[in-house]
Design a protein around this ligand. Sequence first.
Ligand code: SME
Length: 176
Amino acid sequence: MHNQILGGEIMQDNSNISSEDRDKFYKIMLVRLEGLLASETDWLANLSNAAALLYANLKDINWSGFYFIKKDELVLGPFQGKTACTRIKPGKGVCGAAVVEMKTQLVPDVHLFPGHIACDCASNSEVVVPIMKDGTVYGVLDVDSPIKDRFDELDAKYLQLFVDKLNKYIDWKQIR
Ligand code: SME
């Protein structure tokens, strides 16, 4: 397995890593997330740690975090990385597209995505998973990378499972 377990962190090494090893990596991440969520009830503490878990362990990413729908726009939530735009209208950028389409956006090259909002000019690819419960969209999980084509269907699948796990523990209505 190419994932190193260092000081409690599981670093993903994408170079020559098999999809079987990436499966194992993400499964460990989900166990770590469950451990964090099961031991704390505060949503702000939990989402802060969820953003940090991704940022500290996913290789070649420069931003991970959340936006939540408040009134009629997305507002920045807990994140790791450089300062980011604080408000995004539904339909705008990759995050706004995920909200309107209620669908994960896997963007291999953000410069080719119409209306992409560049918070960190180092970003080149991005994956955004909508946070939905009972047919309502509450926000998005956004992960950015400086590497083009950094994310694939396997990342999208496990980031969806990451959001599913958050869904089990977090009452999104508290955040609105
Ligand atoms: N790139 C996003 C904006 C959020 S930042 O990447 C953190 C977008 O186009 O919606």
